[in-house]
Design a protein around this ligand. Structure first.
Ligand SMILES: Nc1ncnc2c1ncn2[C@@H]1O[C@H](COP(=O)(O)OP(=O)(O)OP(=O)(O)O)[C@@H](O)[C@H]1O
Length: 581
């Protein structure tokens, strides 16, 4: 990139609010004509051409020669043998499938080699399998060259530029993520086992070893499967797999101008929840659905297990809601329902007055963004920029607007310039910010975060709290599922308290000073309140912030000083009267 282009990109990154479309056009133009992009596009085309050419050969000797030459070529280009081998391991399932199945499937007949049950493997079939296997190896070596020699973001841009269909591109990215996932899970399991005393030298070729290896592989696939299920959910939550959603403007205009008057400055609108002092209230019988989120008599089952039981509440626009409750209370389940990822077994959920059904869930989802507990469940693209762009792209926006949204969202979470970094090489707190940016880029009206403070250091927690405040100031309704009473007391305007799938209480943060209620929800009093409860006669002091607590302490000290002064004045009066008497 030339220095002018760098300046342009930096100016956009540092000041996204003032970035004009003209700036973006200039940047897009600059990017598409950059030397590395042109080079990687040529490389992609050459590799695809070579793969197509190799597919025409049918002689094992030629293909073996080609595979040998490609391997030498990769080594000569300085690619480490270890990386090449680890990429080649990915084709093991395909290779096994080819070796085991193809010899039995050759339709032209030929000399019989082997009979298994009613099936016969032929010499022709075996030759065919060998040719196929060599082609797979050659293609994989060429792709390995492409992946090892081209940064992923350039690769994706090049594939898109040469007209690869979006579905294929998404599938490729998902395949990459899945293989990465298997590697991560395998590494995690190995570390956990070694931490509990496993020694690699135990892994000798004994029957027990193979038995254990089989068990571990089973667990590995189940773990990867369950995580890929969560990734699938989070992709669906950002509009993936549902095709293009158009620009969503139809839905937005209907919701905005229809059932609710969203103008907070309009005092003549008594039904506007943003005008009420407490935007969250329990639904009354027959009450019309007009709030940001309304949940009425919702029940949800996982198979036979009931996770939610007759839940009803509503949340007005502009609320900062703390969704509280012990482990297993049903918070995550409720979040999945708010986002339309699950449908209630009974009852209904409405977003801005529109009831969620399986037919409209993918549209309403664009108005409620969900940030999941574990960022690794949410992030799946090979680069930060691509991951943040995923949601806006599903909204059917044009490329310039997408880039603009990515830059703005990354700026909002303090990750300017991280576009081309791999999200899997970031710290946990940074990954969480990428996950938030991915949702912010969709410009939702409501954002729901599941345990966002978990595993963050104190500085990252403060930064995240500031970010939540900023999102709220910019007009978002923010809901945070948390066990953290201190954070909820300081931050929330409204509290929803759940236990065993039911709503225990809802209202203002005053609820968090009710020791009996908190103990019923397996929660404790906020730390700042506890010392005042220990001081006789000071149980009524309920500071929500450190500043409130400092002020209360100061008042106590001052009152103590006054009392002291009064006592000494009384004593002096007494002494004077004695003397005079
Ligand atoms: N996929 C599932 N299959 C079966 N039961 C589930 C599933 N997910 C959750 N549950 C059950 O549903 C109930 C509510 O779980 P949920 O994850 O919603 O609680 P939570 O309040 O989010 O808990 P935590 O604070 O631990 O995240 C629990 O009893 C849980 O065991």
């Amino acid at each position: 990139m030339s220095s002018e282009q760098m300046d342009l990109k930096e100016s956009i990154a540092s000041n996204p609010k003032e970035t004009t479309t003209a700036n973006y056009s200039a940047l897009a133009d600059a990017v598409s004509h950059q030397h590395p992009y042109r080079q990687s596009r040529r490389r992609v085309l050459s590799v695809l051409g070579l793969i197509a050419a190799l597919m025409l050969f049918r002689h094992p000797a030629v293909l073996s020669g080609a595979a040998g030459c490609l391997l030498l070529w990769l080594l000569w280009f300085g690619q480490p043998l270890r990386s090449i081998v680890s990429r080649m391991l990915l084709i093991i399932p395909f290779a096994l499938g080819t070796i085991v199945l193809v010899p039995f499937q050759h339709p032209d007949g030929g000399t019989a080699l082997l009979h298994v049950g009613g099936w016969t493997a032929t010499e022709e079939g075996a030759r065919h399998a060998l040719v196929l296997l060599l082609k797979i190896i050659c293609a994989n070596l060429l792709l390995t060259y492409l992946i090892l020699s081209t940064p992923v973001y350039q690769l994706i841009a090049s594939l898109r530029a040469i007209g690869m269909p979006a579905v294929l591109l998404e599938m490729t990215v998902l395949m990459l993520r899945y293989t990465g996932l298997l590697r991560e899970e395998a590494r995690g399991m190995l570390h956990a086992q070694r931490a509990r005393g496993l020694q690699i030298r135990d892994w000798r070729f004994k029957r027990r070893t193979w038995h254990r290896l089989g068990e571990l592989l089973g667990v590995l696939f189940v773990r990867a499967y369950s995580r890929s299920g969560r990734i699938y959910q989070s992709i669906a939550a950002r509009g993936g797999f549902g095709g293009s959603m158009g620009n969503g403007s139809h839905l937005r205009s209907r919701c905005r101008s229809g059932t609710i008057d969203a103008d907070p400055s309009n005092p003549s609108n008594p039904s506007n929840p943003i005008n009420s002092t407490n935007p969250l209230h329990l639904l009354k019988e027959g009450e019309a659905m007009t709030s940001a989120i309304e949940v009425r008599e919702v029940t949800f089952h996982y198979g036979n297990r009931q996770a939610l039981n007759g839940l009803s509440f509503s949340i007005g626009q502009g609320a900062k809601v703390a969704l509280m409750g012990p482990n297993g209370a049903g918070k995550s389940t409720l979040i999945a329902l708010l986002n339309g990822l699950e449908q209630p077994s009974a009852g209904e959920v409405a977003i801005f007055g529109k009831r969620i059904s399986s037919g409209n869930a993918h549209l309403l989802r664009t108005r409620v963004g969900v940030v999941y507990q574990d960022p690794d469940d949410q992030i799946f693209s090979p680069t930060v920029g691509e991951d943040v762009a995923f949601g806006p792209r599903n909204l059917g926006l044009d490329e310039l607007t997408i880039q603009q949204r990515v830059t703005e969202a990354l700026h909002a979470v303090g990750l300017d310039g991280f576009d081309s970094r791999s999200p899997f090489e970031l710290s946990y707190g940074q990954k969480r910010r990428v996950a938030i940016a991915g949702v912010l880029a969709m410009k939702p009206d409501v954002i729901v975060l599941d345990e966002p403070m978990a595993f963050l250091d104190p500085k990252s927690r403060d930064q995240l709290q500031q970010l939540l405040e900023k999102m709220h100031e910019e007009g978002l309704t923010v809901m945070v599922a948390t066990h953290d009473v201190d954070f909820a007391a300081e931050w929330a305007t409204d509290v929803l308290m759940m236990k065993e799938g039911q709503l225990l209480a809802s209202g203002t943060p005053e609820l968090l000073f009710d020791a009996e209620l908190l103990s019923g929800a397996d929660l404790h009093l906020p730390r700042l309140v506890r010392p005042f409860r220990l001081l006789k006669d000071q149980g009524h002091v309920q500071p929500r912030t450190v500043q409130d607590a400092a002020q209360a302490i100061w008042q106590l000290v001052m009152r103590g000083g006054e009392a002291l002064k009064l006592r000494s004045a009384n004593r002096m009066d007494g002494e004077t009267r004695q003397r005079e008497g």
